[in-house]
Design a binder for this molecule. Structure first.
Ligand SMILES: [Zn+2]
Length: 414
């Protein structure tokens, strides 16, 4: 009995000694202000976070394309990609019109900037447009320069083209409030006894690594492997840049995908799987889960699982809660759906845009066996440091891989 108490006391000591960036504090459950126990709940912001990212350069087309509200572009040191957002008027949204305006943007952007390797377009209904994370687009397309002829034929109705999404007109409800909660600290929602149990589980995980009680904080310490994870995927500007970099570096990663964005950009999720990456669940709407009723939490997780599996043809094994916010309810429901709730050991704060040098030095400082690195799919500084970080990992003999690859055969490759 004494030995058991001593063990728990030692374990709690370790829990208290955790890095400051991952506090485990009991926090009362949150409900959205002014909204009934919300369905789908408080939508979490997507990166970038506290500090705004530098404005992306815009490509100006002359004469302008009606409805094209922005056409931004970015490179990754090797290729450049542009993404255009088109807002159509409610009386001008036929499928033919959606396809035609997308083709116009793609053709003219590729002509205006010869260095572009790909142009992606998202066509929205102007009346319900809520930005990235709002209602689904009416139409999206991803057009690498060497697929332009195929896309042109598809718009003409002659043949199919596989890098498009054709949506339906969404209901015209205004987007809900967005809470500025960042994904940079674990926040546990529960009572004191739940918290004690969490601290013990987390401490054991710190000692042993691997999946415990439906939770994964880090991998085992014996193998020279760390997991590379990207939250908030897929993003129509950054995804091709990120996948291109990972391919060049020969590194596999796990993308925690938002179900809504997987539906809007299914071809990027297919690309992830075809290129050997792993796709995890990051809820359907990117919502804060603690405080929601059971059926809403279950719907967030199972809808995202379905959206992903419909594209990949594979079951989903790993789940990361938006904002790092979780509770016993989150863990219970995730486990019931066959999902391991996956946290991280290293969060360099790319979400906050502290500067590429800061992100890089944090990544390098924390790189270790069994680590789980948290980056964001749509944080520009993650793109900027990725190649240098993967080279440092190689020099130190740490292989960066997927979460499944980190925890070994139990979930890898299934
Ligand atoms: Zn997120």
């Amino acid at each position: 009995m004494f030995a058991r108490s001593l063990l728990i006391a030692l374990l709690l000591g370790v829990a208290i000694a955790q890095p400051a960036r991952t506090p485990l504090q009991p926090v009362p459950p949150v409900t959205s202000p002014g909204r009934a126990p919300s369905l789908p709940g408080q939508v979490q912001p997507l990166a970038p976070g506290a500090r705004p990212a530098p404005n992306l350069p815009q490509l100006t087309l002359t004469p302008p394309v009606p409805g094209l509200t922005r056409l931004e572009y970015r490179g990754n040191g090797f290729i450049e990609v542009a993404h255009g957002v088109v807002l159509l008027e409610p009386d001008d949204e036929s499928l033919a019109r959606r396809r035609a305006v997308a083709l116009t943007v793609v053709q003219r952007a590729l002509a205006a900037r010869p260095s572009l390797a790909e142009v992606d377009v998202s066509v929205y209904d102007r009346a319900s447009y809520g930005g990235f994370g709002g209602p689904l687009p009416l139409f999206t397309a991803s057009v690498p320069r060497d697929r332009l002829a195929d896309f042109t034929r598809y718009v003409g109705g002659v043949s199919a083209y596989d890098r498009v999404f054709e949506g339906t007109t969404p209901p015209r409800t205004p987007p809900g409030p967005v809470a500025r909660v960042r994904e940079d600290a674990l926040r546990f929602f529960g009572n004191a006894s739940d918290l004690l149990q969490q601290q013990v589980e987390q401490s054991l995980s710190q000692f042993r690594g691997g999946v415990r009680g439906g939770l994964l904080f880090k991998g085992g310490l014996a193998r020279p492997v760390a997991a590379l994870t990207f939250d908030d995927a897929p993003h129509p500007l950054y995804e091709p840049l990120l996948l291109d970099l990972l391919r060049r570096e020969g590194v596999k990663a796990t993308f925690f995908v938002i179900g809504r964005n997987a539906v809007a950009y299914p071809y990027f999720v297919r690309d992830m799987i075809e290129q050997g990456h792993e796709v995890g669940n990051h809820t359907y709407h990117h919502v804060r889960l603690p405080g929601l009723p059971d059926d809403a939490v279950r719907a967030e997780l199972s809808d995202a699982n379905r959206a992903i599996s419909d594209i990949t043809g594979r079951p989903v094994h790993y789940f990361r809660p938006p904002g790092g916010d979780y509770s016993p309810q989150t863990l219970r429901i995730a486990e019931g759906l066959g999902l391991v709730t996956t946290f991280w050991t290293d969060d360099p704060g790319d979400f906050d845009n502290p500067g590429a040098a800061v992100v890089q030095s944090r990544l390098v400082r924390h790189l270790r066996y069994g680590g789980i690195v948290l980056l964001h799919d749509n944080a520009p500084e993650a793109i900027d440091v990725l190649a240098a970080f993967t080279r440092v990992a190689r020099e130190r003999g740490v292989r960066l891989t997927t979460v499944g690859g980190l925890v070994g055969s139990a979930h890898a490759g299934r």
